[in-house]
Design a protein around this ligand. Structure first.
Ligand code: CP
Ligand code: NVA
Length: 306
C-alpha cells in the first residue's frame, strides 16, 4: 500500500471523500449499536500537540481505542520536541515505533517536514494554515442534515484563518461556493489557503451580504491560537462580524449554523444562534470522532469495502 498523508484538505480526491463518508456512516451506526469493530488491534497512534485541544485529542484518542488500537499523547512541554530536537529526527524515531501520527502545530511547514521523514501516515490535527479534520467532519454533518453540499453556498463570517482556508479548499473538491466576509486587513490570502485561480469563493465587505441566501453560515474565533498578542486589536476590528439572529434571518430559512468550537458567545457568535434551532454544533463536534475513525481506517488499511 502506498504511504498516504492527510496534511491538507486537497490531499484527497472527491471519490476518496465519498468513500470516507460511506465508511463514517457505517462506523457511526455500528458504534451506536455497541457493536465492536477492532480493525486496528495492535496499531498505535502518536499524537503530538504543540497547541491546546479538547475535541481533537479526545476524538483521536477515543477513536483509536474504539477501533481496537492505542493512542499516545505527546506535548511540546514534556517531550524533546520542546527542547529543540529537530522535527526530522523526531519523525524518524516516532514513525519507527508507531503506525500513524497526528500533529497539531504552528507552521504547516513543520508538519510537511515531519511527513517527509515519516515512515507512516501523518495527519494534520490543525496548523496555522489548515484544519482538514474539522472540515471532513463538517461536510459529513452537512450531508447527514441536508444531503449533498455540491452547488450549495457556505457563508464564512470573520477571520480568514485555518478553518476558513480549509473550507475554501473543500469548495474546489466538492464544487460548492463560499461567501467570505472579513474585516478590512484580514482578507483571504489565496496562496496561503493553497488556492490557485479558484472561482469557488467570493469576498464581501458586508457580512450580511455574504450570509444572504446561504445554505450554511459558519464562523470561528476572532483570535486563533498563537495570535493572542493581537486579541485586543482583533476584538475592536471584528465587532461587526458577529453571527447573530439578524444575520441568520437573511440566510435560507433552513440554513444550518456550524462552529468548530470552542465558541465565544458575545464575540464571533451570539448565544441565541449557537444555542438555537439552526445550530448543529454538537453533532458537528461528535462527527469528528466518527469521521476520523474512517480516516484512520483508510490511512492504515486502505479502501475497506462496505
Ligand atoms: N475544533 C477543534 O479542533 O477543537 P479543539 O481545539 O478542542 O481540538
Ligand atoms: N482557528 C482556531 C481553531 C481552533 C479549533 C485556532 O486555530 O485556534
Amino acid at each position: 500500500m502506498n504511504l498516504r498523508h492527510y496534511l491538507q484538505f486537497n490531499d484527497f480526491a472527491l471519490g476518496e471523500y465519498e468513500h470516507l463518508f460511506a465508511r463514517t456512516r457505517w462506523i457511526k451506526d455500528r458504534f451506536k449499536r455497541y457493536e465492536r469493530y477492532w480493525p486496528l488491534e495492535d496499531r498505535t497512534l502518536a499524537m503530538i500537540f504543540e497547541k491546546q485541544s479538547t475535541r481533537t485529542r479526545l476524538s483521536f484518542e477515543a477513536g483509536m481505542h474504539q477501533l481496537g488500537g492505542a493512542a499516545i499523547f505527546l506535548s511540546t512541554r514534556d517531550s524533546q520536541l520542546g527542547r529543540g530536537e529537530p522535527v526530522e529526527d523526531a519523525a524518524q524515531v516516532i514513525s519507527r515505533m508507531c503506525d500513524v501520527v497526528m500533529i497539531r502545530t504552528f507552521e504547516q511547514d513543520t508538519l510537511e517536514r515531519f511527513a517527509a521523514h515519516s515512515r507512516v501516515p501523518v495527519i494534520n490535527g490543525l496548523t496555522n494554515e489548515y484544519h482538514p479534520c474539522q472540515i471532513l467532519a463538517d461536510i459529513y454533518t452537512f450531508l447527514e442534515q441536508r444531503g449533498s453540499i455540491r452547488g450549495r453556498t457556505v457563508a464564512w463570517i470573520g477571520d480568514s484563518n485555518n478553518v476558513c482556508n480549509t473550507w475554501l479548499q473543500a469548495a474546489e473538491v466538492f464544487d460548492f461556493n463560499v461567501h467570505v466576509s472579513t474585516p478590512p486587513g484580514y482578507e483571504v490570502e489565496p496562496e496561503r489557503a493553497g488556492l490557485y485561480g479558484t472561482d469557488h469563493y467570493e469576498e464581501f465587505r458586508d457580512p450580511m451580504q455574504a450570509a444572504k441566501g446561504a445554505d450554511l453560515v459558519t464562523t470561528d474565533v476572532w483570535t486563533s491560537m498563537g495570535m493572542e498578542s493581537e486579541d485586543a486589536e482583533r476584538k475592536r476590528d471584528f465587532q461587526d462580524w458577529q453571527v447573530d439572529g439578524e444575520m441568520m434571518r437573511v440566510a435560507k430559512p433552513d440554513a444550518l449554523f456550524m462552529h468548530c468550537l470552542p465558541a465565544h458567545r458575545g464575540e464571533e457568535i451570539s448565544a441565541g444562534v449557537v444555542d438555537g434551532p439552526q445550530s448543529v454544533v454538537w453533532d458537528e463536534a461528535e462527527n469528528r470522532l466518527h469521521a476520523q475513525k474512517a480516516l484512520l481506517e483508510f490511512l492504515l488499511l486502505g479502501k475497506v469495502e462496505l
